[in-house]
Design a protein around this ligand. Structure first.
Ligand code: G3P
Ligand code: CA
Length: 355
């Protein structure tokens, strides 16, 4: 009897070793894993958005993924910057004259952009860009970083701390083949090439979603790709309206692994239809100003099986997800996992004997 118990326990521990994290219990998400918390432009509610300091704080606050938006400078460098112009977030107007009647990122060189400082814009940010108890680990934490610098920072952080925080870069529309190729090359250069490296690429432009998927394939890389936009229903079919039109979920499922959609339009039926087609649903952008508000905003969508969300306040999002009670794995689903675990144990024993 005792032996039987021990064997059973060994099988279970093998399940724990071999099953993907989160499968011991199940959520109503597509994979059964916990919804992901995506740090939207870093901890942008507290610190200057899309900066290394902001990404570092977001990770410390519990982000599963950090999100950089990607724009290209006049000399072809990729930088983390949401807007196509530099005015809202930086001190560019104090330091430079307009170019071509504006302050477009694409009209400035990387060296010029590096001379700027990013200002705090989040609703809970402080004018001196501080956050209680947090000291950024890098020099100049509030400069505009290149995508290379964001990836280098994340790779080092994960390796130094034994973490596996992912990255969710957005190729800003309009479609730009050169920019997409550089994004994928940069990921490759920094070793973000496999599913375990947790990369999700995203764009509002369908052409970019297709292009990014093709580039991943050509480079032998594995990553998820999300079509961004707003939820729409046309002729009875749910879909997403991106920067270049409406596409139904069936057609999105041919080119992407998920959709990133504005949270206000999400319904339970939309999530169910997306999941039926194998698509994850990520919501943008939750900006609750308190934990209480976060629970009120996020709980309904999470109860419908939302797979993750973008938020400016990683800490509030983390609290809400951690408070969710996953259902125990029901027996019919648990049995294959147990058998897989026992099979894995036998495989490990055979390897040990052979060695
Ligand atoms: O990428 C998801 C979300 O960030 C889309 O909105 O405008 O903040 O990039 P935006
Ligand atoms: Ca974005």
């Amino acid at each position: 009897m005792r032996a039987t118990f021990l064997k059973f326990a060994a099988g279970l521990s093998a399940v724990a070793i071999l099953a993907p994290a989160g499968h011991a219990a199940t959520y109503d998400t597509l994979t059964g894993e916990a919804p992901i918390v995506v740090a939207h432009r870093g901890a942008s509610g507290y610190l200057p958005e899309e900066t290394l300091g902001s990404y570092e704080l977001a990770i410390r606050l519990g982000a599963d993924y950090i999100e950089p938006d990607v724009q290209m400078t006049s000399d072809g460098h990729l930088v983390a910057m949401h807007d196509s112009t530099l005015t809202r977030t930086t001190d560019v107007e104090d330091l430079f004259e307009q170019r071509n009647g504006s302050y477009r990122v694409g009209d400035f060189t990387l060296a010029e952009i590096k001379s700027l400082t990013v200002n705090p814009t989040g609703a809970l940010s402080k004018p001196d860009s501080t956050y209680p108890g947090f000291t950024p680990s890098m020099a100049d934490p509030y400069k505009v970083p290149t995508l290379d610098e964001v990836l280098g920072f994340l790779a080092d952080y994960n390796s130094d701390n034994g973490t596996s925080v992912g990255i969710y870069p957005e190729s800003k529309h309009p479609f730009d083949a050169e920019k997409n190729a550089k994004i994928v090359q940069s990921l490759k250069n920094h070793g973000f090439t496999d599913a375990t490296d947790k990369v999700i690429l995203q764009s509002f432009a369908r052409e970019s979603v297709i292009d990014l998927g093709n580039l991943l394939g050509q480079n032998g890389m594995i990553a998820e790709v999300a079509q961004l936009g707003s939820v729409r229903q046309e002729e009875g079919a749910y879909g997403v309206s991106g920067s270049d039109g409406f596409y139904n979920l069936e057609s999105i499922a041919q080119i992407a692994t998920g959709v990133g959609v504005s949270y206000g339009g999400i319904t339970e039926a939309f999530i169910r239809e997306a999941h039926g087609l194998g698509l994850k649903v990520h919501a943008y952008t939750f900006r609750p100003l308190s934990e209480e508000e976060a629970f009120a905003m996020m709980t309904p969508l999470l109860s419908w099986g939302l797979d993750g969300f973008f938020t400016d306040y990683t800490d509030f999002g983390r609290t809400v997800v951690d408070a969710m009670q996953p259902a125990p794995v029901p027996l019919p689903a648990a049995m294959p996992m147990l058998l897989a675990g026992l099979g894995g144990l036998a495989w490990m024993r055979r390897r040990k004997k052979a060695a």
